[in-house]
Design a protein around this ligand. Structure first.
Ligand code: DGL
Length: 278
């Protein structure tokens, strides 16, 4: 008997989860991929812990009922570092979260100085402090929380001019590498899934060559292991948004990845999904 192709829901506040979706899609696993963005609430990095702990499980529970995925990837560091337990408690499916790549960054640095780029929420979370204490003790970690970079990634995928995106990357790099000790940074941990979408602009704006680390490949490996996915091609299915109208300019970025079916997710507390025309 042939098993049905397993279905994975990739979730983020906005387009950032596409960096993780790309890693899963290119991992050579035969999977069906759906996407959900809570863009009505973007950016998560400026929301309170309590707001996220309540909203993320509620939204995922509702969409889980409609789509019945075999696994959900919370492709958002800001949600993963605060709401993963609540999501796991609320949902009957396996949940994979994103962990800031502090451990591989600590293993790779030669200067002993790591840059940590994340949202304003993630940089100061106890979860992040614990990761640093556990895996990067003895290293210097220079943190920068940037909501502007999240916005730049959203704008980039919505078709903003290269110069605008490059300027946001230059500003972030000047703050990170210009911080005390920042000139010694040789590895940067990208602890927000939006930021790999700006990898080229960030690398171009950095004052020295660095290793830019993200969690995409590790997540893709974990998904394949958990689902025991056979080798094959990904099938891109549905992409849903809590504010589909606002996401419209970025639809071509989703279509370019193979999505053709766009859905609206209605407002809380119902979060019902409905087709949206494009
Ligand atoms: N992509 C998200 C993350 O990985 C957060 C962006 C935001 O909504 O602030 O942290």
């Amino acid at each position: 008997m042939v098993n049905a192709v397993k279905r994975v829901l990739v979730f983020d506040s906005g387009v950032g989860g596409l960096s993780v979706l790309d890693a899963i899609a290119t991992s050579g696993a035969q999977l069906q991929l759906d996407y959900l963005a809570d863009n009505a609430w973007l950016p998560y990095g400026l929301k309170s812990d309590a707001q996220l702990r309540e909203r993320v499980p509620a939204l995922l529970s509702r969409v889980n009922e409609d789509w019945a995925p075999d696994l959900i990837v919370v492709a958002c560091n800001t949600a993963s570092t605060i709401a993963l337990e609540a999501v796991r408690a609320a949902l009957p499916v396996p949940i994979v979260g994103v962990v800031p790549p502090i451990k591989p960054a600590a293993a790779l640095t030669r200067t002993g100085v790591i840059g940590l780029l994340a949202t304003p929420a993630t940089v100061q979370r106890p979860y992040t402090n614990e990761l640093i204490a556990q895996f990067a003790a003895g290293k210097r970690v220079i943190r920068l929380g940037s909501a502007a970079l999240v916005e730049a990634a959203e704008r980039k995928l919505a078709g903003a001019p290269e110069s605008e995106v490059a300027q946001a990357a230059a500003q972030a790099c000047s703050e990170l590498f210009g911080a005390p000790g920042g000139a010694e940074i040789d590895v940067v941990a990208l602890a927000c899934t939006h930021f790999p979408l700006l990898a080229r602009q960030l690398a171009a704006a950095a004052p020295r060559p660095c290793v830019w680390l993200d969690s995409g490949e590790a997540i893709a490996r974990r998904v394949r292991q958990l689902l025991i996915a056979p080798r094959g091609r990904p099938q891109l299915r549905q992409a849903a948004f809590t504010d589909a109208a606002a996401m419209r300019p970025a639809f071509p970025a989703f279509q370019g990845r193979g999505f053709a079916d766009f859905q609206s997710v209605g407002p809380a507390p119902y979060f019902s999904t409905a087709p949206t025309d494009f």
